[in-house]
Design a protein around this ligand. Sequence first.
Ligand code: NAP
Length: 252
Amino acid sequence: MKILILGGTREARELAHLTAGERGFDTVSSLAGRVRDPLLPEGEVRVGGFGGATGLRDWLAENRIAVVIDATHPFAATISANAAAAATELGLELVQVRRPGWSERPGDRWIRVADLDAAARALTDLGERVFLTIGRQGVGAFAGLEQHWFLIRAIDPPEAPLPPRHELLLARGPFTIDDETELLSAHRIDVMVTKDSGGDQTDAKLAAARVAGLPVVVIDRPRLPPGGIEVAGVSQAWDWLRRNITRFDAGM
Ligand code: NAP
């Protein structure tokens, strides 16, 4: 079974690891090439964009891919839409791996917003010293906020214009609750902004905010495009692949 894993996430690396050790699976992982020093999946890896949905469609056909696993980050909406369009056009199976979003717990003070611009607007009334933990992309939406001070955390430096008053912290998770608590206190943070990324790699910040009683602006996920088989994690995706391998072996 020839598989393309669209990656850039822990789930994608775990699936690459599982398929690498199993007979019958021929897997290529794809990374966008955004991070300077990426965590590489096991097995064959290609890096860089395909050239939109059409480029991806052509690449899938040329490489005789039977199954596309979209294990990209929940906020990587463009590549997910391209994967859905290309898979539909070619009649390929598409498995969409989407870890569940985070849920509010007692003591949380969350403000859910639809997108980055709404998050920037919400900050007006919420605080002055902001922990902006949305990754490198999207930081530009906050560039016009001159009254706030930002602690911006990302793996690599953002390319977009940054707000005038900020400190950049380059770091890659996972982070502990103690570390996050110390960070909030050391920078006198009074409000946090996060995407609803889900998962346990970066959720310690939410626990730290809860303990500190801080408001958290939580940006909702973009909608997953229709047309795929949606699964909540690696084990379900792996089950699907193992159940279906005989179908593709039989020459589908
Ligand atoms: P995006 O906005 O959905 O995609 C923008 C373009 O980047 C796509 O049109 C595609 O270029 C290229 N691309 C994205 N993912 C790719 C992949 N896995 N392989 C090859 N090309 C890819 O994506 P994004 O939000 O920039 O995310 C880029 C990567 O970072 C993804 O792999 C994602 O899993 C990972 N990531 C994203 C976030 C986040 O918050 N967005 C967080 C953690 C990790 P072409 O149109 O030229 O094919």
